[in-house]
Ligand binder design. Sequence first.
Ligand code: WT7
Length: 645
Amino acid sequence: MSEKLHPVPAGFEKSARINEQDYHALYERSLTSPAAFWAEQAQRIDWITPFTKVKHTSFDIHNVSIRWFEDGTTNVAMNCIDRHLPHRAHQTAIIWEGDDPALSRHVTYGELHEQVCRFANVLKKHGVKKGDRVTIYLPMIPEAAFAMLACARIGAVHSVVFGGFSPEALAGRIADAASDVVVTADEGLRGGRRVPLKSNVDAALEKVEGVKSVIVVTRTGAEVDMTPGRDYRYEEEAASVHADCPYAEMNAEDPLFILYTSGSTGQPKGVVHTTGGYLVHVALTHEAVFDYRDGEVYWCTADVGWVTGHSYILYGPLANGATTLMFEGVPNYPDVRRFWEVIDKHKVSIFYTAPTAIRALMAAGEEPVKKTSRKSLRLLGSVGEPINPEAWEWYHRVVGEGRCPIVDTWWQTETGGILIAPLPGATALKPGSATRPLFGVFPEIVDAGGNVLTGACEGNLVIADSWPGQARTVFGDHERFAQTYFSAYPGKYFTGDGARRDADGYYWITGRVDDVINVSGHRLGTAEIESALVAHEKVSEAAVVGYPHDLKGQGIYAYVTLMEGAHATEHLRKELVKWVRAEIGPIAAPDVIQFASGLPKTRSGKIMRRILRKIAEGEFGALGDTSTLADPGVVEELVRERPGA
Ligand code: WT7
């Protein structure tokens, strides 16, 4: 790994919101007086009833309980909209850039207020009340933001499902959240291709009961089936309601949203985030990590279907009164200059994207980038997976012309917001390192036995104490929450990531140490893909592992054994790839399927994934001890028949 040091640029050192001294002072205060530190930070949002209690948290496996500002009341939509109206009503809140480069739209804070109120009134008209779950399955259009903020305004809990998920996956999430209202669009549009969202909802609703209303936003105007008494056109509904809607007074610990994410076992979990602490955390980190200044245009390229979109397209930026850009399209449509052209078109100062996009654009060479100006850019960000130093250097040198610091931000759906990242005015950068913890964040590296390692070391990453943006529970299954995050290392939050800490105290995330794989920054459980595969009538058993992939970071490698009488043909291989796409979504499609007559198992029947990982990586020399296997011959066969071996 590169240990090259990029010092803080002189301009940032002088004028950034937080310099090195400030960082140390704030960190020290958060360590010695956490309650006072967070009580101060909580003043960055408006409260209806001020809190008197700051922190009330326990990581004890028998009593996991996380509460922040628990007797305070507030409203997230009020903080993201209403409180800005006196001085920002005419300022752009959201710049929407369409898939088609000819389409864009500015939504001011004043317009955002009206749109969110109307959406809220439509939800109310359909019976949505405080605490009810609303499933949102929309493309990247302003209505996605309006719908989310509308839920927040009336105290409903949104569950956004990424538009790339299949009807099957959508049905599972609607059922788990017990939503009776679904918000969708006729179709989505990405890279010139149409995504049949409404017909996916129709297919999902054949598998799940209880949905009373489907609100359909018009995006492409395509003809879609409308079930009378269940399906409603958003535009007609919105025209029939008031343009104003009071915001609900919410307790700091009332849920704001559920977001489903993959883990090492079972089906995706509904991670629950609440109101007050979450908003304080995302507002603080958006301002500090991106050094956000009033009037700047900020662009995070994520989809609102992921936590990055929730925290850093919507809630963090809007809580700070920022102008946030929302992009409907993809990096290579109409061509690979798209990102850079959008930056020039809207004078973007801060640009936040994923390593997988950088690697793909890097493969297209420097010329397309150099055809654009990018002189508005001041700061670059990275999120979703470790960024390899080559991609980091290219991003820095070519995209940022050497003048823009890169903030490599480590966090997770469960953390709500960024926990480890450089501050551009305080932290010298090392390509590939997320650098240091933010104030109020206490990471530790532990060995397999749970011993806390000190100094330069490598092991598993845990967080020793709570922070306000932390997830509170798994929807409907608090025991699963406790077991998943607090059982491996008693009294600590286990991240599922491995990490190294160097002699300067910098953290280097080495990737997941559990059965979660990270494909193009998207998190997938191997168990989920395996259960999709074995649901196919010809599949007897499946084992899925990740392997290094040049563009995606990790690719999906599936070992499949077939039922008696089924034949391992090219046709079946293609059919299984299609099958997984349909069961979960295109992001889960295996890159490699290897048919096998058996899988390596211990005598007690446990699949030896370590060996399967090595074979997938092509590291045949390093298979380790195979003598404990029930049938060592299986391994020889797998090595011999590995595709491309
Ligand atoms: C997992 C969380 C954070 C929002 C997007 C993904 C990996 C995330 C980094 C980074 C190295 C990273 C981790 C983490 N990850 N950011 N900057 N450097 N790894 O959220 O889907 O919940 O995935 O993404 O492995 O555990 P998520």
